[in-house]
Write a protein that binds this ligand. Sequence first.
Ligand SMILES: *Cc1c(COP(=O)(O)O)cnc(C)c1O
Length: 386
Amino acid sequence: MFEKHLKKLDDQHLLRRLRTIASATGPTVTLDGREIILLSSNNYLGLATHPTVVDAAIEATRRYGAGSGAARLVCGTLTPHETLESTLARFKGTEATLTFAAGYLTNISVIPALIAKDGLIFADRLCHASLIDGCRLSGATFRVYHHRDMNHLEQLLARRPAGRPTLIVTDGLFSMDGDIAPMKDLVLLAERYGAEIYVDDAHGTGILGRTGRGTLEHCEVESRVPYHMGTLSKAIGSAGGYVTGSATFIAYLLNTCRAFIYTTAPPPASAAAATAAIQVIEQEPQRRARLWRNRERLAQGLTELGFRLAASESPILPVIVGDPDRAMNLAQALLAQGVYAPAIRPPTVPPATSRIRFTITADHTDEQIDRALIAVEQAGRSLNLI
Ligand SMILES: *Cc1c(COP(=O)(O)O)cnc(C)c1O
């Protein structure tokens, strides 16, 4: 049965395999002994390998050990976790925060803490899988609205049965398309129809907004959105998820979220690394500037080559090619030319929108970007895509 399932996936060009990288996920990586330009990590600001961040992780491991010993409510919370939460709260300008071992765990436990069977959820069609799973786990009635389509969302809100608690769920910066949720309009609709909003800012955190606080800062709605979640695993360069909000809200989550209560605290190293990374984000705004400059260079290069780019507003630059086999072939040709940017296929993205999802980081040099563009051109030509 397992074999049959795998064969079917393979026949549909949907089989997934792991590739081992024998180096840090910097702008280049070592893959099968070759140096390859990496254009697919979410390490947008290069903080996963920043010396200050790495040193903080080493120092915390020396002092507190490799593991945390137990869940945080069981054997006490280690200082690095508490420092991370107060640093995040200060950075986000919120009363309190709670961190989780992963962004995925955050979504599947916080959404069920916000809404139950008697509730209604309206989610953007391109929401991240962890949001969808969280919505399903809540037991609430769950509907999707067309991607970023506020007219559709308003219709659903207007027609809903009276008296049901309602939650609108969206990514801040969409992970597979690189576009941004219309937060101002979402907030207006939520206010007009008495709904709450749950925003997942995994990708916006650290890179969007004047000071890097994320999508809500970028869209100027921070004061109108009382809580949101994000991850420590993308621009922040470590691992984990977080929720911001009032002290009461956070205390409620601490007492409710099963994926917080019943799982071992993340390693002290990852908490200390995340704290150091937030400090670097505050102290080195030039990294964000460099990221956006690099994003422009790559986006312009891809457009000039004649590729069809999704309507991205971010360092996520998807080139849509359609069928999964075409995306697979392009990814393979890219790798042969020394660029690693894997094909993203269903079910991660809707059918017929298989793509290469390029992402760029602040650490890529102009020379690396130009070299990558030559490789992309050769790969595209060899498959008659451009
Ligand atoms: C990556 C991601 C997550 C999951 O976060 P992890 O920390 O990797 O578990 C959740 N939501 C979105 C939008 C993401 O891109």
